[in-house]
Design a protein around this ligand. Structure first.
Ligand code: ADP
Length: 399
């Protein structure tokens, strides 16, 4: 069966469309004017009756092939609570006009099929039917009403497609989060055991050769790196599930920052960290989580810049009385495009993926921690000139 035209039957305006379209299909097939009118009248009668009962009918006109014979078919599908029979007015007249009429229905869902055998003299074949279908597919709207109707139906289709796409993406994202959660928990246990045994071996009283001690130190270092990656994975799944918990406490900000900078300076000896801290205020923070923020931002500043360059850390109160902390590097910077996505989960700039190791988790977690503290995070950057990451934190009085 080849569908040629489909019209939704919602109101009286659709009657005109149903009539004109069925007339045109019959005309294009080469039927006589009398047959065209008969078919179109039968379709309109049925459409009129349906519009009386409901606004959810769909009329489809198609060509049906039965072995070597073809038939012109009008099919109407609709729902109504009203009990209908083929003898009802409208249907009754239509039956008089077309050779085959069938009304079937149950549980309020109805189908009407009307059929008209097509003469062999029309010499129909698949090619001719294809051309007919294309003609109606490309035909301009009959009037402004049909144009709006087509646009509406196009929009509905697009909305439905987008909703489906969204549903699928959400499902994939949920599966991914579930996988991350399971994987990170599964990795955590053997890693803890590995670290414990390495520590035991490192502190053993038995004699250990220098070479073996070197190997143990390497294992320890690499398992620390692995541990920090697994920790980030765990944090991501906690953040997704709303399970990032905070133990907030009041802290003098400047001495907290100074401690962080001292620790980070020892971790990044090839960069110089300079600081210019403003007014010292009290902030409410989760110390461990805020340490993570500094370690991620300073770690990135070092990772994405050449050795022997400096990193400037400054702080100051903004107009809302919140403290803003800025971390400025002289590194590779980033494009405006990259800037819009860096706080997204697993995002990494394309060129960076080839040159720097990483999984794109740090800034996602950092931004989550900052916003959970009631602050904001943003970046200013220029390619090849460096980046400045800023984040604000409410002070104690404001918080
Ligand atoms: P990772 O460093 O593991 O890729 P992040 O979430 O910390 O993950 O960073 C995401 C991306 O943001 C990085 O891949 C990089 O493209 C960009 N980025 C982050 N910090 C900087 C920086 N200081 N300078 C330039 N690009 C940066």
């Amino acid at each position: 069966m080849t569908e040629v035209v489909s019209i939704s039957l919602e109101n009286e305006m659709d009657l005109v469309l149903a009539h004109k379209r069925s007339m045109k299909v019959a005309e294009k097939l080469g039927l006589t004017i009398a047959t065209q009118t008969t078919f179109a009248t039968a379709v309109s009668e049925v459409a009129r009756a349906i519009i009386e009962y409901t606004d959810n009918g769909t009329l489809t006109i198609s060509i049906e092939q039965n072995k070597t014979r073809y038939a012109l078919k009008a099919n109407v599908i609709f729902n109504t609570e009203i009990k209908l029979t083929a003898g009802d007015e409208g249907f009754y007249y239509a039956q008089k006009l077309v050779p085959e009429f069938e009304l079937t229905g149950q549980n309020g869902g109805y189908v009407i099929d009307m059929k008209l055998g097509l003469p062999r003299s029309l010499k129909l074949d698949a090619v001719k039917i294809g051309i007919l279908r294309k003609f109606f597919h490309e035909e301009l709207p009959l009037n402004a009403y049909e144009e709006i109707k087509r646009r509406n139906s196009h929009l509905h289709k697009l909305t439905a497609e987008q909703e489906e796409e969204l549903r699928r993406t959400k499902l994939i994202d949920e599966k991914k989060t579930e996988f991350i959660s399971i994987a990170s928990h599964e990795l955590k246990t053997p890693l803890t055991v590995l670290k414990a045994f390495t520590q035991m071996a490192k502190t053993t009283k038995e004699p250990v050769s220098d070479r073996l001690r070197g190997v143990l130190n390497k294992i320890d270092l690499q398992s620390n790196k692995l541990n920090s990656l697994v920790q980030q994975l765990l944090d991501i799944s906690r953040a997704e599930n709303g399970n990032l918990h905070y133990a907030m406490q009041q802290v003098k900000l400047n001495s907290f920052i100074a401690d962080q900078l001292a620790v980070m300076q020892s971790i990044m000896p090839n960069h110089t960290i300079n600081s210019a801290l403003g007014e010292d205020i009290d902030v409410m923070i989760d110390i461990l989580r805020m340490e993570q923020v500094f370690s991620n931002l300073l770690g990135n500043a070092a990772k994405y810049s050449r050795t022997n360059t400096s990193v400037e850390v400054s702080s100051g109160l903004n107009s809302e009385g919140h403290i803003t902390i800025s971390i400025k590097d002289q590194g590779i910077g980033m494009s405006a495009d990259t800037m819009t996505s860096i706080f997204d989960k697993f995002y990494r700039a394309e060129d960076v993926s080839k040159t720097h190791a990483g999984l794109g988790m740090g800034l996602y977690i950092t931004s989550k921690i900052v916003t959970d503290h009631g602050g904001k995070i943003w970046v200013e950057s220029k390619e090849n000139e460096g980046s400045t990451f800023h984040f604000s934190l409410p002070n104690c009085e404001v918080a």
